[in-house]
Design a protein around this ligand. Sequence first.
Ligand SMILES: [Fe+2]
Length: 196
Amino acid sequence: MAEQLNTGRLRHFLSELSALVSRADGDEALILSDGADLLRELVAVDDWLPAASAQGRPQGYQQHLLYCDPQERFSVVSFVWGPGQETPVHDHTVWGLVGQLRGSERSIGYELRDGRMAPTDNEVLKTGEVVAVSPRVGDIHKVSNAEIDRDSISIHVYGANIGAVRRHVFAPDGTESTFISGYSNATLPNIWGMAG
Ligand SMILES: [Fe+2]
């Protein structure tokens, strides 16, 4: 039996976000402020994410692409964190918004100080909350599941096809290594049907 999902919620978000990115015409502050409102509305109700996009793996956190704008102006990704799972210290190089759909996650910001990667702030994003990342507002962090006994899921929006962007991870002494994350899924969810 097909999942009973309110996929209309995601379609509405994508339509509004696409219109915002067109209207903003590169005004990042406007995208981050109005986009945060749209993402907050999306993660306020947990009835639309397909099960395949909520799937975790014991090998590590998952990055399920939900949608990528045809002009690659933005992408929307479901991140799934199992207990104990975390990213390396990394950057994004483009604007991003993170909305917590299930559970909670911890983000520790970093900056290079006296030849070491030093933590700057430590935040826990709770269900329903939204936070921004960008080279202009702080772009280097490490993210982990803040729940010890269950998966956490956050919905990320980035100002590019993030799975194809050349980015960096940072060793404790600040040494950069280039990486391209790709995506965990080989196929996209069908969100365009009648449901919702
Ligand atoms: Fe990140």
